[in-house]
Design a binder for this molecule. Structure first.
Ligand SMILES: *Cc1c(COP(=O)(O)O)cnc(C)c1O
Length: 428
């Protein structure tokens, strides 16, 4: 079967032909690629076209595809059995690395996805505080659990309008959405209603409205208003954990959350999530405490082994500064190409995650992100694909680099970016 036939078959079988919506390429047009394999910085579709991959499974593959050390550890572990539904040593080993690396993690519980981590942390925060309200930020994505699927309205606070059908208003009436980076709106809301809030959940660097960097005072305020009002601060580091530096954004910013969510990189490409934080809060989780949360495959040895091998490799001295250097060259290169062609482009980057917005305005929240020219982005995405670049199929996703994206690959990518921008401009 060729990719056309496979995709047609998939469309009859899966909603939209995919297992997760953004993969259907609705935002950029064209058929989604059908992938045969990945190796290092490259991904190959079943027609044999090879792309430089900047999607990297939407974040987890910081070591690139099929890293030999990760594969070796994973296979060795798998030969001894895939899952036991019981404690095993590799769980402890990964847990130890995580609790040592992430300052806010005194104790931890493994789950199977970022969604589960966020959902479980909310339940825990509500139980711990005895309150029900949750505050999130517009454009912040924390997985698809009901309470967190709230329409992010631009402007002031938006109360409980579900983003998805099937989410009862009774569930999301307790979720409040505020504009990202708006320190005044945050302080103002908490000064009025702070005592009713169980938790404030945020991405320390936003990655799901495209990359948006936080103001320092915004992060400080997030910590202060929660402290002052007895609410918990939940740092969603599912993307940023071990992406920005070993540990995550809280290491970089000196942020001290009460609870932390992890996923993506800590599973090294396998389905893993985790939540954890202050010991006095975590001891409320069953069976020690009354907050029920469980998982048949949670902490399974194969997934743990992939995460462990990945984290061990990420401890290599100088690894993150090399990654930063390559990412800077790519980000700066893209800016200067766009400028020389007179294309409006704003690049938001932190370490090896970045988004270039087709916009002439700085992007610092959902409203300004949505100001981008998504038509131009979709033209660009298709041109980039013709040139052999696989980019996230939406203006509002982050582009990632891996440790396999060396100088040679970055330079090759920049040549391709240049051609893609040129053909985009001729159609603008
Ligand atoms: C990806 C992501 C999630 C959800 O993780 P899944 O494993 O897809 O359920 C949650 N929060 C953030 C910040 C994410 O980027």
């Amino acid at each position: 079967m060729n990719s056309e036939e496979i995709y047609r078959k998939a469309c009859g079988m899966f909603p939209g032909g995919v297992s997760s919506p953004v993969r259907a390429y609705k935002a950029v047009g064209g058929h989604p690629p059908v992938i045969r394999q990945g190796k290092g910085p490259f991904i190959t579709d079943i027609e044999g076209r090879e792309y430089i991959d900047f999607v990297l499974s939407f974040g987890p593959l910081i070591l690139g595809h099929a890293d030999p050390d990760v594969l070796a550890h994973l296979t060795e572990t798998a030969t001894k059995g895939l899952s036991f539904g019981a404690l095993s040593e590799v769980e402890i080993q990964l847990g130890e690395l995580l609790t040592r690396a992430v300052p806010g993690l005194e104790r931890i519980r493994f789950v199977n996805s970022g969604t589960e981590a966020a959902m479980s942390a909310l339940r825990l925060a509500r139980a711990f505080t005895g309150r029900t309200r949750i505050v999130k930020f517009s454009g912040g994505y924390h997985g698809h659990s009901d309470s967190l699927l709230v329409k992010a309205g631009s402007g002031g606070a938006t109360f409980g309008i579900p983003t998805s059908a099937g989410v009862p208003e009774s569930v999301v009436k307790d979720t409040i959405s505020l504009p990202y980076n708006d320190t005044e709106a945050l302080k103002d809301f908490f000064s009025r209603e702070g005592k009713t809030v169980a938790a404030l959940i945020l991405e320390p660097v936003a990655g799901n409205m495209g990359v948006v960097l936080p103001d320092e005072e915004f992060l400080i305020a997030a910590r202060n208003v929660t402290d002052e009002n007895g609410a918990l601060l939940i740092a969603d580091e599912v993307i940023t954990g071990f992406r920005l530096t070993y540990g995550g954004a809280q290491v970089l910013f000196g942020l001290e959350p009460d609870l932390t969510l992890l996923g993506k990189i800590i599973g090294g490409g396998m389905p893993v999530g985790a939540y954890g934080g202050r010991a006095d809060i975590m001891k409320m989780v069953a069976p020690e405490g009354p907050v029920y949360q469980a998982g048949t495959l949670s902490g399974n040895p194969v997934a743990m082994a992939a995460g462990l091998a990945t984290l061990n490799k990420l401890r290599t001295p100088g690894l993150y500064s090399l990654l930063e250097e390559k990412s800077r060259i790519l980000g700066d290169g893209i800016v200067s190409i766009a400028r020389s062609l007179g294309l409006p482009l704003k690049v938001n980057r932190m370490g090896s995650m970045m988004t270039f917005f087709f916009s002439n305005k700085p992007v610092r929240d959902l409203e300004s992100a949505e100001h981008s020219d998504t038509r131009l982005f979709s033209i660009f995405h298709q041109e980039a694909r013709k040139e052999g670049l696989l980019l996230p199929p939406s203006q509002f996703e982050a582009l990632f680099l891996s440790t396999c994206h060396d100088d040679k690959i970055v330079n090759l990518a920049l040549e391709r970016f240049k051609k893609a921008f040129e053909s985009t401009r001729s159609q603008a």
